[in-house]
Design a protein around this ligand. Sequence first.
Ligand code: NAP
Length: 461
Amino acid sequence: MAYKSINPNDGKTVKTFPELTDEQLENKIATAAKTFETWKKTPYAARVAIVAKAAELMRTHVDKFARHATLEMGKLINEARGEVTFSADILAYYAKNGERFLAPVKLHPTHGEAHMESSPIGVVFGVEPWNFPYYQLARVAGPHLMAGNTLVVKHAGCVPQCAIEFEKLWIDAGAPEGLYTNLLISHEQCDKVIDDPRIKGVALTGSVAAGRSISARAGTNLKVSSMELGGSDAFIVLEDADLEKTIPWAVWGRMYNAGQTCCASKRFIVVEAIADKFLEKFKAALEALKPGDPMDEKTTHGPLSSEPALQQLLHQVDVAVANGAKVVLGGKRLDRPGFFMQTTILTDVKPGNPAFRDEFFGPVAMFFRVKDEAAAIALANDSDFGLGGSVFTKDVARGKRVASQIDTGMMFINNIDWSDAELPFGGIKDSGYGRELGNMGIQEFVNKKLVRTHDMVAPLV
Ligand code: NAP
């Protein structure tokens, strides 16, 4: 059974859900395609009414949504509430701005007049991860529904109740059947969905492996796709950083969502002059976190999402150590039920160690000591990933100069990678392509059509 709610706090199975049969899947795609024919002609005001209502319902029922996330993937309850509210903000943002973002744009050819108009393309297929079980869905639903597309979405196998709640949200908001459809399907069925001619675009957020497989399939079918993949973001600390402010950000950057965030701070790159002090304070702050039930508001260190996720992380630490890394904090499973990992710091991770290029998806920080700013930039760029990164310095102009030299899709000064509805989110290199959120996010799955008027006599040939 691929779709299962397992409580990461105690490892107990709560509920299982059957996958769709091929016949059920066919019916759902057919309904989404039929609904597109009316939705694409539905005026913006009517689209706004549904998307804004969905935002309002999320805000009204924050706790109900949040508890499902905490139960299924172990997110701290307060973080889960924050995610639900932010998801509502994203929906409200696109309800408010979608029409403006997609308004015709006047162009200025040498002769005649022209404009570019944006129109929906059809049914878009979303494949989404468990780590932000609502935010990831809102990132595709807000823009692409406002653009006039319809959505079919395969959520991760471990968060079926979150997936079902989010689908129900749209029905409760007054959406027609087929506007937003949850698909409990296998990977093989995903391939069939991508091949289906009624599907016009594919949006994935997930691992690099999933990105390679799904983007290849979309490419073979000549379908537009966006890939939001993994990351190993640098957290650069320059010698003039204010450590009182930097340390809390380092802890938050690594430990938010139990470290299971694509754009979490994963590689702590600290200039020599301040390195010992940083390491000592960072270690003490990580040690002070309190493991416990993520439903308990006092808990500050929650479980990982699943037993396989924990096993993978423990294995990565073992491999790192076998190849020369030193463990200065943690490194083991916590001695308690559930999927808990000790907060961990690895040092002496050298090029050639598999850990040097790996993504650690959990509470494992890699610490690197470098000579100066130039060495910090070089190390930050020595990565297959290119999602985000941070620079800490009292000199903001210096921070901006450093940020400009890092090869990623996003950079943050005196702050960690953080998303806002208004700001584009996404990466380069193995972190994928395309952008979600902001104005750019709604432009990914629309047809940009040129319309030109040029009243002239045809040239003779
Ligand atoms: P994952 O294993 O790639 O799963 C993500 C989604 O893809 C799930 O729905 C999964 O379904 C599905 N999937 C995986 N392989 C597939 C295949 N071959 N065919 C069809 N569907 C497939 O990733 P994860 O472990 O859940 O999530 C963590 C990864 O996502 C990390 O690398 C993280 O950095 C990345 N991430 C990136 C962003 C971003 O915006 N850049 C945001 C969040 C997470 P099943 O669950 O059924 O396997």
